[in-house]
Write a protein that binds this ligand. Structure first.
Ligand code: G
Ligand code: MN
Length: 363
């Protein structure tokens, strides 16, 4: 992952950009207070235009790649805060490009809605990495493990999208969940990035959620736990992913300071079996006793929604409710009116959707 180099602040009043880089080769090149005209001379021509546009729309969040005049890459991430500041974090160039290997099509994150089973509304999204040219309905997973910058890029893009959805929908409590691997947890600069993104985008505590499986702790569980705790302190909430299959143990459940539990799709798919149903009932009860909310993953059939509600699941996610959407589609889905006064654009609540008002009916 690209390191966090330092912070930037844009003063709307006097139109100056101030960089505070702690150390390293970028300190010389960036530090200080700049007018945009002066800073433009330190950049290639197109970068200045991109930066101007990004600053103008900073209340939607900002993630802007800049090429310095000497060819080095940096990325600004952040956005306008509710306090009236526009600020964020400076990332080293690796976030913009993979470190080695052949050029690859661009990252195009998609967002799968997470439905509140009580209200039928979308309360959040899981961010999933896709690459340009990939069919969103074909579930190809990208070159996850060999891309060190992926987590940083996904975090930046997801926070940017979330800040936009929150502002446009007037729902500051919406959340986004980003998957992290054990390699991601190896990199201590992740905590600075998470903290800068939460501050830069003005996200409330727990709006950024990080999904971990026990795989994240396989190599060094003490280090992984220390990182997880630091991420919690930075304002992110932790979600225990894929619980009930593969890498998931009660020890990890005991140790991880998670707020939420995602029950693996393979168990949800077998909810019709008595033994599985009993296990699900007890897993939900256990989650609740540990203070966690519980999400059913991989819900492919809306017919199971009443069962999930009866078992006490708070949230559900899966192709049967909605496929992953790009950020604009996600916003449109959020804006579907809900509740008893829903107009023609609102989904009726009694047509097999099990009362899910923002559900995907176009399968
Ligand atoms: O491990 P994790 O839970 O993060 O996996 C998420 C993956 O599951 C994504 O690739 C997503 O596309 C896929 N997914 C989401 N919903 C469903 C579903 O209903 N069925 C199946 N088979 N896969 C799903
Ligand atoms: Mn996940």
């Amino acid at each position: 992952m690209s390191p966090v180099l330092g912070d930037w602040v844009w003063s709307v009043r006097d139109h100056t950009l101030r960089f505070d880089i702690q150390a390293g080769p970028y300190k010389e090149a960036l530090n200080g207070r700049w007018s945009l005209e002066d800073f433009g001379r330190a950049l290639d021509g197109l970068s200045l235009r991109r930066l101007r546009e990004a600053l103008r729309d900073a209340d939607q969040g900002l993630a802007c790649d800049l090429t310095l005049a000497d060819g080095r890459l940096v990325q600004l991430a952040g956005g306008a805060t509710p306090g009236g500041e526009t600020r964020g974090v400076v990332l080293g160039g690796a976030a913009a490009e993979p470190e080695d290997g052949p050029p690859r099509p661009g990252l195009r994150p998609v967002y799968q809605p997470i439905f509140n089973l009580g209200t039928g509304r979308i309360d959040g999204f899981e961010a999933l990495a896709r690459w340009a040219g990939e069919d969103r309905r074909r579930d190809a997973s990208g070159p996850r493990s060999d891309d060190r910058a992926l987590a940083a890029n996904m975090l930046i893009r997801a926070c940017e999208a979330l800040a936009g959805w929150q502002a446009a929908s007037g729902r500051p409590e919406l959340f986004v969940q980003v998957n992290l691997t054990s390699q991601d947890l190896d990199d201590p600069s992740l905590v600075d990035l998470v903290s800068a993104l939460i501050g830069g985008f003005g996200l409330a505590d727990g709006c950024l959620r990080l999904e971990l499986t026990e795989q994240a702790a396989l190599r060094d569980s003490r280090a992984a736990l220390a990182m997880a705790q630091a991420l919690e302190r930075a304002g992110a909430h932790l979600v225990l992913d894929d619980f009930g299959s593969g890498h998931s143990s009660f020890l990890w459940l005991a140790d991880l300071p998670a707020r939420s539990l995602k029950v693996d799709a393979s168990l949800i798919a077998q909810i019709g079996r008595d033994r599985v149903r009993l296990i699900l009932e007890e897993v939900v009860r256990l989650g609740h006793r540990l203070g966690l909310s519980v999400t059913a993953e991989g819900v492919e059939d809306q017919a199971v929604l009443p069962d999930l509600r009866q078992l006490g699941f708070e949230f559900a996610q899966g192709f049967g409710l909605s496929h992953p959407l790009d950020a604009d589609e996600a916003l449109r889905r959020l804006m579907v009116r809900t509740g008893p006064d829903a107009g023609p654009s609102g989904e009726p609540t009694d047509t097999g959707s099990g009362g899910m008002s923002q559900i995907d009916h176009e399968r």
